[in-house]
Design a protein around this ligand. Structure first.
Ligand code: SAM
Length: 213
């Protein structure tokens, strides 16, 4: 369901320090700004529960979130600002992931997280899916040699599509589940959308791919 545009969000995002105003300026230099053993990038973070909570759970890593919708981006950043402690390992990009290669250099990112990405059910819109070939080509470029893409979704059609796209692009399937929450996974935060699907009794599909050799 599309959210009503929040009148305060745009100005709020422009003023927030955690929001990188021109990510292309940091291309090749993210590690000088965001310290961490690994650099994680969540694309389409929505209201930011996963980004905020995973960064809290794994402070030894760097956590960057991208969201294009101004209202949910505003909410994600507001949640960030309500936290306490050292949050220097976190950054936010308000923008469209179509520009990933303008923002990140080769090998700069270690893990890409795609959580409950929009399913775009109509065939003519499949190119907007975050697992469409143009996105996979960008992921392959910005990921480190051992880098991975992790996907969770409730949508079987998007999942089937993604499995096929990654396979056709030569990625290696490392992990695969059609009911990820059947067992507890304390290591992985439940996202806002995931909560809704779990309470409706729906299974969560999950896969992890590496770039292959
Ligand atoms: N990940 C969150 C969760 O699991 O609760 C939100 C899921 S929501 C269905 C998908 C989000 O991805 C939306 O907020 C949408 O605006 C964002 N999104 C979709 N395509 C995007 C893109 N190309 N760049 C940035 N954000 C995108």
């Amino acid at each position: 369901m599309r959210m009503r545009k929040l009148p305060w969000a745009e100005e709020y995002l422009q003023d927030a320090e955690v929001v990188i105003k021109d990510p292309s300026q940091l291309k090749g230099r993210w590690r000088t700004l965001v310290h961490g053993e690994k650099l994680h990038l969540e694309i389409g973070c929505g209201k930011g529960d996963y980004w905020n909570q995973m960064a809290k759970r794994y402070p030894q890593d760097g956590w960057i979130a991208i969201e294009k919708n101004v209202s949910v981006a505003g909410i994600a950043v507001r949640k960030f600002e309500q936290q306490e402690g050292d949050l220097s390992h976190m950054r936010f990009i308000w923008g469209d992931a179509q520009s990933l290669e303008e923002w990140f250099d080769r090998g700069e990112i270690d893990v890409i997280h795609l959580n409950f990405s929009d399913p775009w059910p109509k065939k003519r819109a499949h190119k907007k899916r975050l697992s469409a070939p143009a996105f996979l080509a960008q992921y392959a470029n910005i990921l480190s040699r051992d880098g991975t893409v992790q996907m969770k979704t409730d949508n079987s059609s998007l999942f089937e599509f993604s499995i096929l796209q990654f396979q056709q692009a030569g990625w290696k399937l490392e992990e695969f589940s059609v009911d990820y929450r059947r067992e507890p996974h304390e290591e992985d935060v439940i996202t806002e959308y995931e909560k809704r699907f779990l309470s409706a009794g729906q299974p969560i599909y999950r896969a992890v791919w590496s770039r292959g050799s």
